[in-house]
Design a protein around this ligand. Sequence first.
Ligand SMILES: C[S@@+](CC[C@H](N)C(=O)[O-])C[C@H]1O[C@@H](n2cnc3c(N)ncnc32)[C@H](O)[C@@H]1O
Length: 266
Amino acid sequence: MSTTGVSAVAQSYQMFNPRAYLQNNYMPPRANFASEDFVVPWKLRCLADAFATGEVCGHTLIDIGTGPTIYQLLSACDFFEEIVATDYLEVNRDVIHSWVRGEDPCAFDWSPYIQHVCRIEGKGEPWKEKEQKLKKKLKKIFPIDVHQHNPLGSLLSQPADALVSSFCLEAVSPDRQSFDQALQNVTTLLKPGGHFLMIGALEESFYLAGEAKLQVVPVSERDVQEAFAKSGYCIRNFRSYTMPPSLKIGVDDVQGVFFIHAQKST
Ligand SMILES: C[S@@+](CC[C@H](N)C(=O)[O-])C[C@H]1O[C@@H](n2cnc3c(N)ncnc32)[C@H](O)[C@@H]1O
């Protein structure tokens, strides 16, 4: 792994602006709930379907590189006692803390996301109940560095039952080798037989978050599948989405999105 590359990435994240990032990716046109042809409802569908199988459940779920977002946890919250959010940046951990406590009147409004997930799950759950449930389960918000062999240090007492991660590993790795290594590092946080649901960018080389321009390692569908196989996973499901021209809005050069459901070998 290139440590120079990794420290350059860490340096570039010091400029990461959560508000700009949310604006670029989690507002219209990308967040259009009218159809699953739009990328945000596509992602929510992948996660809802994976949890609907009932196979991905247990005591603890860890989200790797949560960022300033909670959409990736909405379908998970029925299936775990405890959800652990993690991020390298304190600014992002603060955004999540503040959402849980409901203390910022200018916070990003996740209600359309929660309403949409309640709708597609089809259980008739009132969205406010789901919101409260997630807030209650999100008690731990930890610092993480996926480039460390033990990404959470001594914060974790036992391996998690499942992992979720969205747009993290490729967005914090300077090259393929460090992407693969980061996957191996986070795999140590998962118990044998545990499930990993990951969403990420395909063939992306950069994205913007305010003043920050973040380098991304471009990965193909095959790269992702090979990395998981090398880390000792069995691939249970793989889906991909092609970014339509109308959603190429100059905030990155992403070509598509992958979703992988993989299970760690026992
Ligand atoms: C593209 S954002 C993804 C945020 C969110 N999960 C989402 O779905 O939009 C990448 C995240 O990785 C975090 N990050 C940066 N360096 C990291 C590292 N070394 N280890 C773990 N996370 C890191 C960033 O702070 C940022 O929140």
